[in-house]
Design a protein around this ligand. Sequence first.
Ligand code: GDP
Ligand code: K
Length: 272
Amino acid sequence: MKSFNIALIGNPNVGKSAIFNELTGASAHVGNWPGVTVEKKVGKFTYLDTEINVVDLPGIYSLSADSIDERIARDYIVKQKPDLVVCIADSTNLVRNLYLFVLLKELGAKTLLALNMIDLVKNKLEIDDAKLSQSLKTRIVKTSATKKIGIDKLKEAIFDELHHAEEELFVDYGSDIERSIEKIKNLLEDIDLPQNKRFLAVKLLEQDAAITEELKKLQKDNIVENALLEINNLEKIYPDLQTEIIEKRYALIEGTVKNTTKHLVSIEDRLT
Ligand code: GDP
Ligand code: K
C-alpha cells in the first residue's frame, strides 16, 4: 500500500485534537517527542489505496525557535519533511490564525488549510473560500470537528493535495527589506541547510537563534555578520525591524481577510 506522512498544526484551542481524533479514530497512540516531555500523538487513516500517517504537532502561534513547542514543530517540518502540513485555523479568529499559516508557507511546507469551528460563524461571517484559496495559494476545507462537518471532505482534500505541487506565497516586505533579503539569499546559495533560502534570509533578519546557531556550526559566521550589517542599515529606516517584519505579514493577512469575508448582520442585531 502507498503511504504518506502528514502533520497537523494550529494555534492552541483551534480544535486540532478533535480533528486528529476524527481523522485517526482508534488508531491513535500517544508518546513523547524525543528528549522532551511534550506529548506526541500519532495515528493513521486509509483513503482509497493509500495509508496516511498523521502526526499531531504542538499547538503554537509562531515558528520562532525560542519555545520548545515551536522548535519541535519547526524541526519536524524541516527535518522529517512530512508530505503535507494541514494547518487548522479557528474560523472565528481568522487574522490571528492565518499568521501561522503564512509562516508555514514561508518555511516552504506543503500546506492545506482547514477552517475549523465553521459552525460558530454560521450567519455571522461569510467566507469566500474560493477567493481565499486563490489569495493564500492553498486548498481550503471548512470543518467543524465537533459537529462532524467536512471531515470526509478534509480526507479527500488531503489525498488530492498529496498529489499536487505546492504553490508559493510571498509576503512583500517592501523594497528596502526585500533588497536585504536578496543579498542574504545570495550568500546562502551554497549553504547546505534544508530550509528554503528566502525563509532563512528573513529569519536571519529576525535574528532567529536556531538558524544563527546552525550557520555557526557550518562555520558560516560571515553570513550571520553580513545579516547583522543589513539589520543595522534597515534599522535606520525601521527602528523596530522585527515588528516591521511581523506587521508586513499581518498586512497581507488583513488585506486578504478583508477581501474574502463579509460580516453578516444577524436578525437580533438588526432588531436592537
Ligand atoms: P486543540 O487545543 O486545538 O487541540 O483544541 P481541542 O480539540 O482540544 O478543542 C478545543 C475546544 O473546542 C474543545 O472544547 C472542543 O470541543 C471545541 N471544538 C473543537 N472543534 C470545534 C468545532 O469545530 N466547533 C465547535 N463549536 N467547537 C469545537
Ligand atoms: K497546498
